[in-house]
Design a protein around this ligand. Structure first.
Ligand SMILES: Nc1nc2c(c(=O)[nH]1)N[C@H]1C(S)=C(S)[C@@H](COP(=O)(O)O)O[C@H]1N2
Ligand SMILES: [Mo]
Length: 498
């Protein structure tokens, strides 16, 4: 039996792992925030109506200068963000990889807590803890230390806050995080509503981070106030009677290790983004793929929920041949469908339309974090597949676009935009080649004449300004081989269900 003076080994180990994972989660979370450092109340993200803005750039729907969402991304220091310097893709990889280890640690902790009977020390069992906790606060405020509870290694306010962090705050962070996944939102629109929408979930997720930070700060101050060697003997070596010098030495080594992991993760991520994309991807891609495979979109928003201002990402192709097509309302445009197909197609817009037409009012989720609801009308991709008869060897569909990012964006990136999706996503409901937006022919800004919509995925998979569609066995020899322009050049994950 472990007495009031000691902690079992599993508490010592999980407490340490928690420090490690929380630092990685918080810093990679800040990287994700830096891609769109503004928080909204509602999912229309009306520019200028943000609740909190952590960058100087101000934009409005009618800003005189053209802007797209990537213009709002900011570069945060590697000292606070993992890895910093505009690396949303890599930051997400760290976040979702660490998330899995963190949840595993939490599960092990909770299972052991209840199977060893230790829960009795953490879970409050009588309402009297609230008045006692208030009393403890007044004792601390008067400059004294509150007494430990009988048989427990901490006072009432400590027990209450540990309980709240483990059983309320941590699950809330996981739940609000899930409420930002496009696959989850597409499959279970009601789940997003539990949080008041994705944007409120995102805002609350950030406030959750602030709550974690506040807890860590107060917790650290309390440990210092209570005397570090004494407290560390318990949490580092498992007993208040353990050797305090040894506890401090091991405790410092452990904290240095946490620092080292953060430094190495950051520097390595900045120095070799492709390697980190691959390695962290080993943990993240299976998760993304399973979620993408399992979820189908069943969204049905109302007309009156359509967002007044729909954000843009990607500047339209400036080249002469595209501009000439646009001037004529795309009369001379032909969609090329080829690759591993029995029947290659070359379709004008009216011909494409005869394959079938559907409308859907759905929510768009950009990887940067913004959302909007729009009505898209177009041809289900399954109809195109039926018309061109892909060979059984075809596993992916490649969408080649007209925009050359070297011309439209710069930032050291180059090449024509393209994207791929696995065949199974093409056969999902609400995967369409959109020709219309909100009842009008697709505007140039939003991908005219044809763009992809895959409603369980993040926006970057939905290629705009499509020039050609190709069925392939693998995408390894296209572009840099990662399966899309943003995967190649911005190190995003190839599956994009989260
Ligand atoms: N050709 C092309 N398609 C693209 C992009 C791009 O830059 N070029 N950006 C993608 C990203 S990141 C997003 S979020 C959506 C944005 O679609 P929207 O401008 O209609 O909102 O388009 C996607 N398709
Ligand atoms: Mo995006």
């Amino acid at each position: 039996m472990i007495g009031a003076n000691s902690f079992p080994l599993f508490v010592v180990v999980t407490h340490f792992l928690n420090i490690l994972f929380i630092t990685l989660m918080a810093r990679s979370g800040l990287e994700i925030l830096s891609a769109l450092p503004r928080l909204y109340r509602t999912d229309d993200c009306t520019p200028g109506r943000e609740m909190l803005r952590l960058s100087k750039t101000v934009v409005a729907a009618d800003s005189p200068k053209e802007w797209t969402s990537l213009d709002l991304e900011v570069s945060w220091s590697p000292l606070i963000a993992l890895p910093g310097r505009k690396n949303l893709g890599i930051g997400r990889h760290w976040h979702f990889m660490t998330l899995q280890f963190w949840i595993l640690t939490g599960l092990v902790f909770v299972v052991l807590l209840f199977t060893t009977g230790q829960w009795i020390r953490l879970v409050p069992t009588d309402w009297g803890i609230f008045p006692r906790a208030i009393n403890d606060i007044s004792i601390y405020l008067s400059g004294h230390l509150a007494p430990h509870q009988p048989g427990l290694p901490y006072d009432s306010i400590q027990q209450l806050s540990y309980f709240a962090v483990i059983f309320l705050l941590a699950p809330f962070q996981i739940a609000s995080g899930a409420a930002m996944s496009p696959s989850v939102l597409a499959r279970f629109p009601w789940y997003g509503k539990l949080f008041g929408g994705k944007q409120l979930a995102r805002t609350l997720h950030f406030l959750g981070l602030c709550a974690f930070a506040a807890f860590v700060l107060v917790h650290t101050i309390m440990v210092v106030v209570h005397n570090v060697p004494h407290e560390w003997a318990a949490i580092v070596l498992g007993s208040y009677r353990a050797n305090q010098t040894l506890a401090v030495v091991i405790g410092i080594i452990a904290l240095l290790f946490v620092l080292l992991v953060n430094v190495v993760a950051t520097m390595w991520s900045l120095a070799n983004r492709r390697a980190v994309q691959g390695l962290t991807g080993l943990f993240v891609n299976p998760l993304e793929r399973v979620i993408s495979r399992l979820s189908s979109s069943h969204q049905r928003y109302r007309q009156d929920q359509i967002t007044p201002y729909h954000w843009k990402n990607g500047y339209p192709p400036p080249d002469a041949d595209y501009q000439a097509l646009a001037r004529d309302g795309f009369r001379d445009y032909r969609l090329d469908v080829g690759g591993l197909v029995a029947k290659p197609l070359c379709l004008s817009l009216p011909e494409l339309r005869t394959l079938g037409f559907e409308r859907q009012v759905v929510k768009h989720n950009c990887i940067q974090g913004w959302t909007s609801v729009g009505e898209w009308g177009g041809v289900p991709l399954t109809r195109v597949i039926e018309a061109c008869h892909p060979s059984p060897r075809a596993k992916f569909i490649v969408f080649y676009a007209y925009d050359d990012k070297g011309v439209t964006e710069g930032e050291g990136r180059y090449g024509l935009f393209y994207g791929t999706i696995p065949l199974h996503l093409a056969n999902k409901p609400q995967t369409i080649l959109a020709l219309e937006m909100n009842g009008e022919p697709l505007p140039v800004d939003y991908g005219a004449p044809v763009r992809l919509r895959v409603e369980t995925q993040l926006g970057f998979k939905m290629v705009k300004w499509i020039r050609r569609i190709e069925f392939v066995e693998s995408y390894g020899d296209i572009g840099m081989g990662m399966g899309g322009w943003r995967e190649d050049q911005q190190y995003y994950a190839n599956a994009a269900g989260i």
